[in-house]
Design a protein around this ligand. Sequence first.
Ligand code: SAH
Length: 257
Amino acid sequence: MNALGPRFWEIFFEVYEGLPRQGPGNRACAARALAFCRDLPESPAILDLGCGAGEQTLQLAELVASGSIVAIDSHAPFIERLRAAIAERGLAQRVSAIVGDMARPQQPLGRFDLIWSEGALYSIGLQNALRVCHDLLRPGGYLAFTDAVWRKGNPPPEVRAGFDLDYPTMGWLADDVAAIQTCGFDLVAHFTLPDEAWWDDFYTPMEKRIAELRGKYANDVEASVMLDQLAEEPEMHRRHSGFYAYEFFVARRPFAQ
Ligand code: SAH
């Protein structure tokens, strides 16, 4: 990621900041994962790590009728956008959004009933993140997260190159399951995100946003090249989505630990 210069990140965020989501996922999948979290208290304490602009945070607030949600992201503009949505929906009593590093959370340990994280834990290394989550959860607390995994060997070079850039240590389903267990969790359930979870709130709006920005940057060769680069990801998915998947995992910190 760091090989890409500041101008790339400027264009990257100009594309991503306006999207409903910053990764694959949808409300139906969130509801399905949440249903595996049995026996949550009536007003659970929830932490959403790497919340992005917070679409899933807001959906969680609807799906869990009471309790608190703290949403954390390191990118301040996402948090500003989420704060505006929280205020607009009158959720300020229950939901707070803060800028922070999930690798060094300032939250109290052993307190959360549920930690949620869609498409973000890998940013600090999956095992590292799983350990952080384990310590933040109370015994019996749940971790619901998504992660990209390989699902077919020998990917085409463009697929390999794409993930080498974004997630070089990406493993297979069995690797994630092993990591979950190594880090002291019981695996409760897992399922693969359906294709519409990549498109409806993510790649379709992304392609629309890129098309808009092509107009804005028509006379800017550097920006246009970067938009071409960003456009490759949804295009790659259209052609090669059989090689990789996003998996939703629900894990639980055992009571005995
Ligand atoms: N959960 C959101 C966003 C996924 S994109 C969604 O599914 O739509 C991954 C997010 O993780 C980005 O918003 C990025 O800013 C955030 N992130 C990456 N590293 C982080 C860190 N160390 N601490 C907090 N957030 C981080």
